[in-house]
Design a binder for this molecule. Structure first.
Ligand code: ATP
Ligand code: MG
Length: 420
């Protein structure tokens, strides 16, 4: 457990956080709060990443103004959350989250197991510090004098590449089990080591994730895999025995093939590919990601149904439905993404046909590109029997449109010749 640092204030010339690297909108929010007489600080990832010399993903502000007071100060704001109420100040292309200092632990609503159900008791900065998750996330940049405030030793942990929980790790995981996933996300993203006392309870507390609403877990899964460090996050989830609580069927399949088979290779390759896309600033469709994570199970289930005599197309669709229905027990999948996922799976067998109307309509299918990328990832992962299809459709796309048409509809071409 950490004790309060007796000299928590680091003056402006002795840390690396500078206004030059803080977004204009975040500064606007900080100054307007300060000018209205409130205490206002930048906190969380913004401070952490700037001190590390990295570019923050977003800027979080904390203040002694209540969400309602923030709402009054900013026309462009609204109050969100129930369990944890705060204000979002919206600018073009950027949202600044403004939280209110949380008060003492003892005033919080908790479940029998210690899980925090509601945390809307407000307090001071000195109290708020102990409600943060990791020491490196508990650094405050004070806009009134540009100092950094470090009560928990976060700066030292930051310098040593160490992720350490504020307070008693087990108690803090029980309060909010998602902190286990956050530990993994930050360790993967920052390349930090999870300090011993902070990592030990994770191995035995994974089951607590079973109580988290599937929608919140879905959001966390996306953060883990769309961070640009998805492959690393995936391996850490496995190392800490947490994958089973997010993707139970996939976890089981990986155990069966002992990491040496197609499934592990395919998932790794997909995440590697996703990481590269994120680093290039390209988007990643969550439907594509989920389609890949669950493909091993879908393929297996399809095979089972085919052995029972079901034709391929309905088999793959039914397998997809079964695997999806099982998965949403763990993490939700919003419909707009599950539809993408099902389309990608359903289109896979159609790449085997290299001519005819069905092949032409595949090329024109709105989900062609995603399904084709998926097919070629399967080929790269060494899945049997798909390499030729990947090559065929790759070559085809390099032809001009009228040539593509001729390749797919060769009979039409012959008929035309005769008519001439
Ligand atoms: P990112 O770079 O992903 O934005 P972050 O550290 O800013 O990382 P956020 O989810 O934006 O993470 O949260 C902002 C801050 O709020 C965190 O740094 C942490 O201090 C606090 N926080 C967020 N979620 C929790 C939680 N579940 N328990 C305790 N503190 C939390
Ligand atoms: Mg943040």
């Amino acid at each position: 457990m950490n004790q309060a640092n007796p000299n928590p204030v680091i003056p402006r010339d002795r840390h690396a956080v500078s206004r030059a690297n803080i977004s204009k909108n975040a500064l606007k929010v900080l100054y307007r709060l300060k000018d209205a007489g409130y205490r206002a600080c930048l906190v969380g990832g913004g401070v952490r990443d700037l001190q590390l010399g990295r570019e923050p993903k977003d800027f979080d502000v904390v203040s002694d103004a209540s969400p309602e007071q923030v709402r009054e100060l900013f026309k462009n704001s609204r109050i969100i959350g129930r369990r944890f109420r705060l204000a979002h100040v919206t600018f073009r292309g950027e949202i600044i989250e403004v939280a209110t200092f949380r008060g003492d632990q003892s005033d919080v609503d908790a479940s029998e197991e210690g899980r925090i159900l509601r945390d809307n008791t407000f307090g001071t900065l000195e109290q708020d510090v102990w409600r943060r998750d990791f020491t490196v996330n508990a650094l405050y940049y004070d806009i009134s004098d540009f100092s950094l405030i470090d009560y928990t030793g976060g700066l030292d942990d930051l310098e040593h590449g160490r992720l350490r929980m504020v307070g008693d790790p087990e108690v803090r995981y029980r309060e909010d089990p998602v902190r286990m996933l956050r530990a993994i996300r930050f360790a993967a993203k920052l390349g930090f080591r999870i300090e011993e006392g902070t990592e030990a309870p994770i191995f035995r507390l994974g089951f607590l994730l079973g109580d988290i609403p599937p929608a919140r877990l879905f959001d966390e899964v996306l953060k883990l895999f769309q961070s640009g460090h998805g492959e690393n996050s995936f391996e850490l989830l496995r190392r800490y025995d947490l994958l089973a609580w997010l993707f139970p069927d996939l976890d089981e399949l990986l155990a069966i093939e002992r990491d040496e088979g197609d499934v592990h290779r395919f998932v790794s390759l997909t995440l590697e590919n996703t990481d590269a896309r994120v680093l290039e600033g390209k988007g990643v469709n969550p439907g594509f990601l989920y389609a890949a994570l669950l493909w091993g199970n879908v393929a297996r289930e399809t095979e089972r149904l085919r052995e029972q005599g079901m034709p391929e197309a309905p088999a793959i669709q039914q397998a997809g439905r079964m695997v999806t229905d099982a998965q949403v027990q763990s993490t939700a999948i919003p419909r707009r993404f599950s539809q993408v996922m099902k389309d990608i799976w359903a289109l896979q067998p159609r790449f085997r046909k290299h001519s005819g109307k069905r092949a032409l309509s595949l090329l024109e299918h709105p989900r062609f590109r995603a399904a084709y990328d998926f097919l070629c990832l399967r080929a790269r992962a060494g899945e049997a029997g798909v390499a030729d299809d990947c090559t065929f459709w790759t070559d085809l796309q390099e032809l001009p449109p009228e040539e593509q048409h001729k390749t797919l509809m060769p009979r039409k071409k012959r008929r035309k010749k005769k008519a001439n």
